[in-house]
Design a protein around this ligand. Structure first.
Ligand code: TRP
Length: 333
């Protein structure tokens, strides 16, 4: 039986932080090593364009995200790793799909709907701040997914609706023009722990409580020292399971180190010492990827070479299906 196709898009938004790494990148890298799957990972740069409209920022975010994945060990020989905007077939399909996708479906898509609801509450024009790219975002995402006959789409919970929309769009195309697209399934990883940020709430860009992945070790140490702790005196026992420091430590340390740290919490470790231990494991884990990241960003042509090689592979997979679709709509005999 043919390998299952696993595909996911990475939207270049802000600086990648520890929460992104543990919640999304680490599980995706594990999936990429799975031999029953053919994995496609791409930088969804034109999705980013719906809200990043500054040339430098757009450029830096795209290269930054590519360098991040490569630095963390994504092997471009094992997976198809490309930049969305290098694959024109996606955009051609996106248009074709937009002609069978209903507008009502877009009206219900949550990203657009959230802005609309907010505008309505503020009693301003409901479409204020909405560009057409944002409105039709789910159609481009459907094209990303359907063009590669994806079976599984690993995403965060917030993207489930978009994968369902891709299924709807596939079904309506198949109904109108005959079978062309496989119906994709989303894959949500429920097992990943919620990674606490500096203030103890979920680490998230919107809470401004993140630890960026590739800061200098000095900055890393400073940020770790900022993690909020309670006022239990240094030698008193502490509950590891309610401690952000312990949770983070467990993600980066070996199992036996984690077991030892649990004992030290229970028998009393000062917060200062716990933070120092956390810094040590995180820094030693991040040191190599950080160097690799800096090296890649200093040589963006190296990143370009990797991505264009990936785009060639992606286009070779995409082209035959797009041809088939064009035949089905009557573009040629
Ligand atoms: N919309 C996704 C996000 O915001 C990124 C994305 C774009 C994507 N195209 C995709 C994810 C296709 C999975 C499949 O995270």
């Amino acid at each position: 039986m043919a390998n299952k196709i696993v595909l996911t898009g990475i939207k270049p938004t802000g600086k990648v932080h520890i929460g992104n790494y543990i919640g999304a990148i680490k599980p995706a890298l594990q999936l990429a090593n799975h031999t029953d799957y053919t994995s496609l990972y791409f930088i969804a740069d034109y999705h980013g364009l719906t809200f990043i409209q500054d040339r430098n920022e757009f450029n830096q975010l795209s290269y930054g995200i590519a360098a991040t994945w490569l630095a963390l060990g994504l092997d471009p020989e094992k997976v198809v790793f490309y930049r969305q905007s290098d694959v024109p077939e996606i955009f051609e399909l996106s248009w074709i799909l937009s002609c069978t996708a209903s507008k009502g479906l877009m009206n219900r898509a949550h990203a657009y709907k959230a802005i609309r609801d907010m505008n309505e509450q503020s009693e301003i024009d409901p479409d204020t701040g909405v560009n057409m790219g944002l409105f039709t975002y789910p159609i481009l995402m459907a094209a990303d997914i359907l063009l590669f006959q994806s079976d599984l789409v690993p995403v965060g919970k917030d993207q489930i609706q978009h994968v369902e929309i891709a299924r709807d769009i596939a079904e309506s195309f198949n109904r109108t023009f005959g079978e062309a697209f496989k119906l994709p399934h989303y894959l949500v990883d429920d097992n990943t722990a919620v990674i606490p940020g500096l203030d103890g709430r979920k680490m998230s860009k919107s809470y401004n409580n993140t630890i960026p992945l590739f800061e200098s070790s000095d900055m890393l140490s400073k940020l770790i020292n900022k993690i909020k702790t309670d006022s239990i005196p240094p030698t008193e026992p502490k509950n590891p399971d309610s401690s952000s420091i312990f949770t983070l430590y467990s993600e980066f340390a070996e199992q036996d180190q984690v077991a030892r740290m649990r004992n030290r919490f229970e028998s009393g470790i000062s917060w200062g010492e716990a933070k120092n231990e956390l810094f040590q494991v995180m820094n030693s884990f991040l040191e190599r990827p950080r160097n690799k990241y800096d090296e890649l960003l200093a040589n963006p042509e190296q990143i370009d070479a990797i991505l264009s090689h990936g785009a060639q592979k992606a286009r070779a997979i995409a082209a035959p299906l797009l041809e088939k679709v064009k035949k089905q709509i009557g573009r040629y005999v």
